[in-house]
Ligand binder design. Sequence first.
Ligand code: KIV
Length: 265
Amino acid sequence: MTTARIRQMAANGEKIAMLTSYDYTLARLADEAGVDVLLVGDSASNVVCGNQYTLPITTDEMIFLTRGVVRAAQHAMVVVDMPFGSYQVSEEEAVRNAIRMVKESGCDAVKLEGGEEILPSIKHIISAGVPVCGHLGLTPQSVNQFGGYGLRAKEEAEAEKLLHDARLLAEAGCFCIVLEKIPAELARRVTEAVAPWHCPTIGIGAGNGTNGQVLVMHDMLGLNTGFKPKFLRYFAHLAEEVQQAVKAYTEAVKTADFPNTEESY
Ligand code: KIV
């Protein structure tokens, strides 16, 4: 999977399936199941590390997680989130960290949150030969500025800024843009607005008018039952299965039923 193929899929009207991934084992299963893009999201901060926000995760930690996903990916493209603090300080630091991501993790592309305010950094990263995925709408690294994880761009002024930002990102050469938690009608308008640059949109909580969809793997597998926003569909209920398996194992150990003679050397 390449950036050219991602752009081509959108041009052909073929939907793009992106899923987050943070480890070798689940990445291999997702890759074999045919997902197009594996995103090593900074949601690893929540899902893997148990933090409330995405803000604490570091570049080193993202690189460590991404290596496992890259080893697993035979077909899918691997995109990695540049974490908070790794691209906001200066253009130079943004390029240096994007290059570190590619050299040290083997990822195919990076994702950055934001529009016009980070455009110079995005342009420099692309000029250095690193493909960039944009991210607009609800950008969790700005949670303290937003004051929560609510729907973004409900008002016309914010919607217009988002449209403006999307055009700038597409024109700068982003190979796709994630649109998070915005009204479906606005996501459809953005998708049409950036189509002339062959820049697909990938939605999460942005309706069905985007060129593709992304979900957090642990959420869609039903591993994280405490989180059920309207946009999330459970495609499995693994939390129950995992807990049943662990209960059965614990019971088998405590009753000396496990291991039996066939399971012993
Ligand atoms: O970090 C992440 O998981 C993301 C997706 C929700 C798009 O950015």
